[in-house]
Ligand binder design. Structure first.
Ligand code: HEC
Ligand code: HEC
Ligand code: HEC
Length: 158
């Protein structure tokens, strides 16, 4: 599993907080970063089985952008996760003429990408925090927090 990075990229683009919760991009030279909730939904053509996910972008600003925007080089505005050629598939890809899943391309299925990133990091951090707690057992300090790993914590019941 990939470890969590706290070191940011060198920015070649100006960053401003969005005036509203909108996620507009301000222009080539400036990018507005939403600091509130971002509603993460499946593509329009998918009939959702779960409630959409309220993602608190702002709670993640202590982490390097590259943990999530992993193809972003800091020069152009950030692009969405389901951009064409990225995590743009609505279901698991199959190999040609077969029913087997194409594992090498499975990351393109948006659900796998989100679950891998979101749940993956929260799980990794839980383990790291537990290890820290074990090592620092005698220290009465506040441990770092991480995010949810259970289904209904992210997809609340309707
Ligand atoms: C924990 C993961 C995570 C981290 C860390 C993170 N982001 Fe994001 N960010 C997201 C997700 C998920 C979206 C929603 C993307 C989508 O809708 O496809 C998003 C959206 C955005 C958008 C809006 C993009 C658009 O489509 O309009 C911008 C801009 C952005 N992030 C900038 C940043 C910057 C700058 C940093 C670092 C300071 C950062 N993000 C850190 C996950 C993250
Ligand atoms: C690289 C690590 C990382 C990734 C990737 C990540 N998170 Fe988190 N998440 C965290 C950490 C750390 C916290 C704790 C932040 C805090 O308490 O300030 C957190 C907290 C949260 C919380 C609780 C926030 C609150 O304010 O109570 C939610 C909900 C959440 N994450 C959802 C998501 C979703 C959805 C994604 C995927 C789009 C995601 N996270 C991706 C590290 C990550
Ligand atoms: C850390 C947050 C997080 C957790 C925990 C999580 N998911 Fe998701 N899940 C997402 C995100 C983000 C998406 C993509 C946006 C969407 O489809 O709502 C997604 C998408 C899905 C989808 C595809 C879209 C749909 O509604 O049909 C299903 C099904 C799903 N999740 C089921 C689950 C189940 C079952 C669990 C527990 C094993 C779970 N998720 C745990 C964040 C999470």
């Amino acid at each position: 599993m990939r470890s969590v990075s706290y070191v940011g990229v060198v920015l070649l683009i100006g960053i401003v907080a969005c005036a509203s919760l909108g996620i507009a991009v301000a222009g080539e030279e400036e990018m507005c970063v939403p600091l509130g909730m971002i509603e993460l939904q499946p593509p329009d053509s998918v009939e959702a089985r779960r409630v959409e996910v309220a993602f608190p972008h702002g709670s993640h600003m202590g982490l390097a952008c590259k943990n999530c925007h992993h193809t972003w080089e800091g020069a152009a505005p950030v692009t969405g996760c389901m951009t064409s050629g990225c995590h743009d598939l609505e279901s698991l890809p199959r190999k040609a003429d077969s029913h087997t899943v194409d594992k090498a391309q499975a990351f393109r299925y948006y659900k796998n990408a989100y679950h891998g990133q979101c749940i993956g990091c929260h799980k990794t951090m839980k383990i790291e925090i537990q290890e820290m707690a074990n090592t620092l057992a005698s220290i009465d300090g506040k441990l770092p927090t991480t995010g949810p790993t259970g289904c209904i914590e992210c997809h609340p019941k309707e």
